[in-house]
Design a protein around this ligand. Structure first.
Ligand code: ZN
Ligand code: ZN
Length: 355
C-alpha cells in the first residue's frame, strides 16, 4: 500500500472511522463530524491511482491535501506569553534599524512603536531523499506577522522573561502561514543536520557519473578504432556515434534526477509565544523611487529581523532593491547588487504576493 493511502487509512481509523481494505483500495466510513470537516462523503472508496468510483489519494491529489490539512490542524501545541524581566527600550530597536544595511539603496527611519509580536516555535519533522533517505527533526522559530526567522529565540526565551499560558488561542490563516514559513526555512537546518548524508550521496553521484563517462568514452574509442581500420561506412559511423550520444544524454538525465535532493517536512509540535517587539518603519530610496519597509525588532534575542526576499521567500538580511518595483531581494537571489540586473521577482510573479 502506498504511503499516502496507508496514511489516510491509519489516520481515519485513529479518528474513529470504519475501515475495510480491499483489492482496489480502501473503503472508509467516516464519522459524520469528520466527514464534514474534511468536506468528503461519509462513505467512500479511496485508491492509490485515479480510478472511476474511487477518491484518488496519491501524491498531489486534492483529497490527500484535505486529509493532510485536517491532520496538521491537530498538531499538539501550547500558547504562551512572555513577560520580560526588563522593560524593552525603544532606543535599542531604533539604533538597530539605523544600522540596517540595504546593499543598493539608502534608508531613513520613519517611525517606531513598541508592541507585542507572536512567534511560532515549530518542531519540524523532515525527510531528505536522494538515492537514499534521511529523516530528522529540527526547530525553527518564525515571526508570525513578518514570516521570517527569529534565530535563537527559543533558547533565549526562558532567560529573558517569565512564561505564562496565553489567554487567547491563535488560529486560522495567520497560524497556517507562519507554519508554512517555518517549514520552508527548516530546510536549511535540515540540510545542515544531514551534511554527512548529503555529502555521501553527492560522492556516489560523482562516482556514478565518472563510471558512466568512462563507459561511453570506451564505446566511442572502440568506434574510432573500427573507423580507422576502414571496417565501417561513413554513414554507419555517424549513425552509431549519434546513438551513443543519445544514450549518454538519457543516462545523464537519469543520474541528475536521481541525484536531486527532495525535501519534505511536516509540523509535529509547536509553541505560540507572544513577546515584546518593536515595529519599525523605514523609508528606502533607490534611484528616484521610494518605498516603505516594515521591520520587526525582537527584544528576546536583541535582533532586528530581516525582511522577506520577494523572489525565494526566505530571509533577506542585507537586501537589494530592484529598480522597477523595489522588490526586496536576498544575497542568494541577487549576489551582486551594483549596476543594472534583471529582477527575479519581476520576472516570476508569485501568487502568494497577490501578483
Ligand atoms: Zn531570495
Ligand atoms: Zn522586481
Amino acid at each position: 500500500m502506498s504511503t499516502p493511502l496507508s496514511f489516510v487509512r491509519a489516520w481515519s481509523e485513529h479518528r474513529g472511522a470504519v475501515v475495510e481494505a480491499g483489492q482496489e483500495g480502501v473503503e472508509i466510513l467516516q464519522p459524520a463530524e469528520l466527514a464534514t470537516a474534511l468536506g468528503l462523503p461519509e462513505h467512500a472508496r479511496y485508491a492509490e491511482q485515479p480510478t472511476p468510483g474511487a477518491l484518488w489519494v496519491g501524491y498531489g491529489a486534492p483529497t490527500l491535501e484535505r486529509f493532510l490539512q485536517e491532520a496538521t490542524r491537530h498538531v499538539p501545541w501550547a500558547a504562551l506569553t512572555l513577560e520580560p524581566h526588563s522593560a524593552p527600550r525603544e532606543a535599542t530597536a531604533r539604533a538597530a534599524a539605523e544600522r540596517f544595511v540595504l546593499r543598493n539603496a539608502v534608508h531613513e527611519l520613519e517611525g517606531s512603536r513598541l508592541s507585542t509580536g507572536a512567534r511560532l516555535v515549530a518542531y519540524v519533522r523532515y525527510s531528505l531523499s536522494t538515492d537514499d533517505r534521511r529523516d530528522g527533526l529540527v526547530e525553527e522559530t518564525v515571526s508570525v506577522s513578518q514570516r521570517v526567522s527569529v534565530p535563537g529565540f527559543w533558547r533565549a526565551a526562558g532567560g529573558s522573561g517569565a512564561l505564562r499560558p496565553a489567554v487567547a488561542r491563535p488560529a486560522g490563516a495567520a497560524l497556517e502561514q507562519a507554519a508554512r514559513a517555518a517549514l520552508l526555512r527548516a530546510e536549511a537546518s535540515a540540510r545542515a543536520q544531514s551534511r554527512a548524508f548529503l555529502e555521501g550521496s553527492a560522492r556516489r553521484q560523482e562516482r556514478d557519473l565518472r563510471r558512466m563517462e568512462e563507459y561511453f568514452h570506451g564505446l566511442r574509442a572502440e568506434l574510432d578504432k573500427r573507423a580507422r581500420r576502414g571496417k565501417l561506412a561513413a554513414e554507419d559511423i555517424a549513425l552509431k556515434a549519434g546513438a551513443i550520444e543519445r544514450e549518454r544524454a538519457g543516462k545523464l538525465q537519469e543520474l541528475k534526477e536521481r541525484g536531486q535532493v527532495r525535501y519534505e517536512a511536516a509540523l509535529v509540535a509547536a509553541v505560540w509565544l507572544e513577546a515584546p517587539v518593536a515595529e519599525l518603519t523605514l523609508r528606502a530610496r533607490r534611484r528616484k523611487a521610494e518605498c516603505s519597509l516594515t521591520l520587526e525588532y525582537d527584544f528576546v534575542t536583541l535582533h532586528l529581523l530581516a525582511p522577506v526576499c520577494a523572489a525565494c521567500g526566505l530571509d533577506a538580511p542585507q537586501p537589494a532593491l530592484c529598480d522597477e518595483r523595489l522588490h526586496v531581494l536576498c544575497v542568494a537571489c541577487v549576489p551582486r547588487a551594483e549596476g543594472r540586473w534583471s529582477c527575479p521577482a519581476c520576472r516570476e510573479p508569485r501568487a502568494d504576493r497577490g501578483e
